[in-house]
Design a binder for this molecule. Structure first.
Ligand code: BGC
Length: 459
């Protein structure tokens, strides 16, 4: 059978700190905006929070053993900024930094390469009280935190991600669905977005300063993907236009697009459409800042879960209720569209010409153990197999995808949805914290050991 995935392909799984570790306040760290957001009534499902989460902080050794059992080549995790710096800057919680250092050691002993995200949404509450991302100094705070992390771990960690899904955490300031739960005006959003972009650039500089010749850095936005209506050039161009366009300038939706994040970072300019609309609100320093924002990166991380069908006019198809009848959906109502893992990488590579890691892809299912304790999550296997086949299709055409990180390694605290949504390859019993590798985890193990050979058969 023809092979698609290169021998050094990084078969991985991903998590984030607040979703699995348990709150940093339990171990000498400070609160993050997620700790505080969860105290607001009605913001998370059944008022749940990540105070205990999966207790990965305590169970880290066991979790690395499970990763090894699954055969992971790489593990993507995030560092909790307020665990390392309880006030976001200044005093270091060495216990917190040591935890990550031990985790990295355990991974390397198990032959698993770490890919470390510096920021996956758990912003230090103390810095939020000083204005958070709205403060013009916030890029320097992020730079200094990055330097602390890379100085401590950079001898062993060679792959870094600055920001995870800026679209989502920035929207948490525009529509309030995520922490910190604000609904800011457009002018404030424009400033905040600029500071977030500049924070990325400053962090890239800090990684370069503290890293070495082998160190790679990139960021991981959501890859908002359109799927062409058919195989014609016209349809593809319409889908490309959809992916490039900013569809909504209202503050609550402003962050939800590709170009506002990827153009400044990867081309050094704001999209014209954005600049025409909001350029007048940018700080005077914006041109110089763009030089920092576009510091060269080594790869583009893409989080892709689904795609949007687009017609020949470049309009989204299926917005009306009737056309969605019978559509395959996941437990959290996201459409199942495997082709997103073909069209997304194809478009982003063509536009930005960077090697790609799929930093997240996965499905939430209503998993539960049977009477023998087996979690037979057939849908997760079907989903992943079909998505990976589409990824393989692109790789075969020459798109340089260097790794795939399943979201998630284990069931965890799914933000505003609490513990209702289970995305893991490993089942977590949230009462006992017992873990069980799901059937999908066993299946993934066989995919990894055969280097994806069986996936190619789906093409
Ligand atoms: C985030 C994860 C989240 C997952 C599923 C992504 O938006 O990066 O933290 O759990 O998708 O919703």
């Amino acid at each position: 059978m023809e092979r698609c995935f290169p021998d050094d392909f990084l078969w991985g799984a991903a998590t984030s700190a607040y979703q699995i570790e348990g709150s940093p306040v339990r171990h000498g760290g400070g609160p993050s905006v997620w700790d505080t957001f969860c105290t607001l009534p009605g913001r998370t499902w059944r008022g749940q929070d990540g105070y205990h989460a999966c207790e990965h902080y305590e169970l880290m050794d066991e979790d690395v053993k499970l990763m090894k059992e699954i055969g992971l080549r790489s593990y993507r995790f995030s560092i909790s900024w307020p665990r390392v710096l309880p006030e976001g800057r200044g005093m270091v919680n060495h216990q917190g930094l040591d935890f990550y250092s031990r985790l990295v050691d355990r991974l390397l002993e198990a032959g698993i390469e770490p890919l470390v995200t510096l920021f996956h949404w758990d912003y230090p509450h103390e810095l939020f009280l000083s204005g958070g991302w709205m403060n013009p100094d916030s890029p320097l705070w992020f730079r200094d935190y990055t330097a602390t992390a890379v100085q401590a771990l950079g001898d062993r960690v060679k792959k870094w991600i600055t920001l995870n899904e800026p679209q989502c955490f920035v929207n948490g300031h525009g529509n309030g669905y995520h922490a910190p739960g604000l609904t800011l005006d457009a002018v404030s959003m424009v400033r905040l977005i600029h500071h977030v972009l500049l924070s990325h650039g400053r962090a890239v500089q800090a990684v370069r300063d503290a890293g070495d010749a082998e160190t790679e850095v990139g960021f991981a936005p959501v890859g908002i993907t359109a799927i062409p209506q058919d195989g014609t050039t016209e349809a593809r161009e319409a889908a490309w236009r959809y992916m490039e366009t900013i569809h909504d300038f209202e503050p609550e939706k402003l962050a939800w697009n590709n170009s506002l994040w990827m153009d400044p970072v990867l081309t050094g300019s704001y999209p014209k459409q954005y600049f025409d609309h909001y350029g007048r609100y940018l700080p005077d320093s914006f041109e110089d800042d763009l030089g920092v924002i576009s510091e060269p990166t080594d790869f583009l991380g893409l989080n892709i879960y689904h795609g949007q069908q687009v017609d020949l006019q470049g309009n989204a198809v299926g917005e009306d209720a009737t056309s969605r009848i019978g559509e395959p959906i996941t437990a959290c109502n996201w459409p199942v569209t495997p082709e997103a893992l073909y069209w997304g990488p194809k478009y982003f590579f063509q536009r930005y010409n960077k090697p790609i890691y799929i930093t997240e892809n996965g499905i939430s299912c209503r998993d539960f153990p049977d009477s023998n304790g087996v979690i037979n999550d057939v849908q997760r296997i079907t989903y992943t197999e079909d998505y990976l086949a589409q990824l393989a299709r692109g790789i075969r055409e020459g798109i340089p995808v260097k790794g795939y990180y399943h979201w998630s390694l284990m069931d965890n605290f799914e933000w505003s949805e609490g513990y209702r949504e289970r995305f893991g390859l490993i089942y977590v019993d949230f009462k006992t914290r017992r873990r069980i590798i799901k059937e999908s985890g066993r299946w993934y193990r066989s995919v990894i050991s055969q280097r994806g050979a069986q996936i190619t058969g789906k093409l």
